[in-house]
Design a protein around this ligand. Sequence first.
Ligand SMILES: C[S@@+](CC[C@H](N)C(=O)[O-])C[C@H]1O[C@@H](n2cnc3c(N)ncnc32)[C@H](O)[C@@H]1O
Length: 264
Amino acid sequence: MSESQVVPEGIDATQMSHARAYNYVLGGDVNYEIDRVGAGQVMALAPDLPVLGKAQRNFLLRVAEMCARQGIKQFLDIGAGIPTSPSVHDTVKAVHPDARVVYSDSDPIVLIHNNALMDADGVACIQADVRDPDGFFANPQVRALVNLDEPALVIFAGLFHLITDEEDPAGLVANYRDRLAPGSHLLISQFCTDTSDPGAKAKLEEISKYSAAPMCFRLKSEIERFFDGLEVLPPGVVNVQDWWSDEETPETMLQVVAGVGRKV
Ligand SMILES: C[S@@+](CC[C@H](N)C(=O)[O-])C[C@H]1O[C@@H](n2cnc3c(N)ncnc32)[C@H](O)[C@@H]1O
């Protein structure tokens, strides 16, 4: 996004945004100087961040496709971020043209860009905060597209390191899980400290200084607890590059762990 363009109403281009900084890390152009400077400082500390971001995108798209092939037709992408290609809806609609996808994010920039791109049937984008599941499920667009008697995939990718322990991410996962039909799946990925290179923890702490919100880097055992009450699919909660064993992705110093749980 060029600075000469008008900043859309409701967007604060003077404060770094996670959605816009992540877009920059992935090579997108929906970002402002403040995001590029912040993301640039983070990438100076962790040059392999783009590799991790792309591995996370690849992981979630392949899980969405796997779930679609198993018959799931509803996809709730929470903390979805600014649209990237390929998208979740293109991926699952290639399997089921009648699949329904709800993208939600707390950052208004996501709504602006998703709405601009959305011409697909059965796709909605809403502004919602993951910490308010009641508000999410009461949203008229969610109610119109989602049938809670049918299984769904809920995607929480790269989101929970932006949710503090006090905000109870495990309780939030349980809240979403309890509303879903059996056979639903929940995908979670987030930065992890103890599967990383020993020097990485200090880097993560340094990185969090650039964050627009407090960042919570967790132990793998803490992230595994988010899957309580779910059947964790093999290979379990592992580094995101290792979830699909047929992929050759470079190892990185920082680690994001990823897992998928099934509601039985
Ligand atoms: C690192 S990006 C991940 C984007 C996408 N899920 C992916 O993996 O490609 C994190 C996203 O979470 C969003 N986010 C942060 N806090 C949130 C909250 N409380 N509720 C909903 N979304 C949130 C940010 O705006 C950002 O778009």
